[in-house]
Design a protein around this ligand. Structure first.
Ligand code: 13P
Ligand code: SF4
Length: 316
């Protein structure tokens, strides 16, 4: 198995060179995919990389909306996701036709959408945000601006609470982050009384209330690295623990468990559909490819570009 993996890794690196391809991976990918990627990052960083790379092929090891975002930002490139079934329950919780009806009811509202949406939803959006920049982008609007925020109600509630805004929220959620259990985290705190709780803002408000730090995956990683504490309970998808542990071998990272299972950690079944084997096949056969129509790209690129411009100004 080890030898087999080494052969696959060698072949992937060879294809990458021959085909001028770049591998971008999200922190929620399996460790072996993160280790072979040219760049590992959060949703914002992956979009920034997709916009600036001069590789001819982008293999986005993440989920479908991330591949779409890369294609929208670099339409002249070929973009692949190793398993096209890697969807997202949060993006699915906001179907474009229903969202269009909703938006049309509030014509005086600006529309802010989380990047975890389909390209079709992005065409109905004024500006896209990620968990790294959502707060600053909301605050860049005058306080009296009426705003629709979609699709994550937990992130929206959190941004409302820290900014004092009253954005109208779409009732969507991520099945992974909704699963974290306050009770189980409190139990873990008894076992590890010194541990700080790190939580992604897609978690429910009861979990966020007891968190010592709330932020995107990149922000949780940075906080853990800069902190002088030694133990952390991590309430986001457990893939991030790989990079946390790699950067901080002397610290202990304890995954927060989901509510209704005996598993010790919480995994996104969509993210985990990508495997080293599928990545190999993807590069070898140049499939499955992400396609987005020209009309959709023309509309969806604007709110994503706006986000990238503001993020650059903010130094994010
Ligand atoms: P970030 O990458 O912005 O931390 O978001 C996490 C997530 O849920 C990606 O699907
Ligand atoms: Fe979507 Fe949640 Fe998986 Fe992220 S963790 S890709 S938001 S289902």
């Amino acid at each position: 198995m080890v030898e087999k993996n080494l052969e696959i890794i060698e072949a992937i690196n060879k294809f990458k060179k021959e085909k001028n391809a770049i591998i971008l991976a999200h922190y929620y990918q399996d460790a072996d995919i993160q280790d072979i990627a040219d760049f590992v990052g959060d949703s914002l960083a992956l979009a920034q990389w997709a916009a600036k790379t001069d590789a001819e092929i982008i293999v986005l090891c993440g989920v479908h909306f991330m591949g779409e975002t890369a294609k929208i930002l670099s339409p002249e490139k070929r973009v692949f996701v190793p398993d096209l079934n890697a969807g997202c329950s949060l993006a699915d919780s906001c179907p474009a036709d229903q969202f269009k009806e909703f938006v049309e009811k509030y014509p005086d509202h600006k529309v802010i959408s989380y990047v975890n949406t389909t390209a079709a939803v992005k065409t109905l959006t004024d500006i896209v945000v990620t968990s790294t920049n959502a707060r600053q982008i909301v605050e860049s609007f005058p306080p009296e601006t009426k705003i629709i925020f979609a699709p994550d109600k937990n992130l929206g509630n959190y941004i409302n609470s820290v900014t004092g805004r009253n954005m109208l929220l779409w009732e969507g959620a991520c099945h992974v982050h909704e699963q974290f259990s306050l009770e189980k985290i409190i139990e873990l705190k008894k076992q590890y009384p010194e541990a700080l709780v790190l939580a992604h803002p897609e978690c429910k408000s009861v979990v966020l209330k007891i968190a010592d730090h709330i932020g995107s995956t990149a922000s949780l990683l940075k906080f853990a690295t800069q902190s002088d504490k030694k133990q952390f309970i991590v309430a986001t998808e457990s893939g991030i623990l790989h990079e946390m542990q790699k950067n901080n071998p002397e610290k202990q990272f304890i995954p927060a468990p989901p509510n209704d299972s005996t598993c010790a950690c919480n995994e996104c079944n969509f993210m985990k559909l990508n495997t080293l084997n599928k990545l190999y096949n993807c590069l070898k056969y140049e499939t499955p490819e992400i396609t987005v129509s020209k009309e959709v790209i023309e509309k969806a690129v604007k709110p994503i570009q706006r986000m990238l411009e503001i993020s650059e100004k903010l130094g994010l």
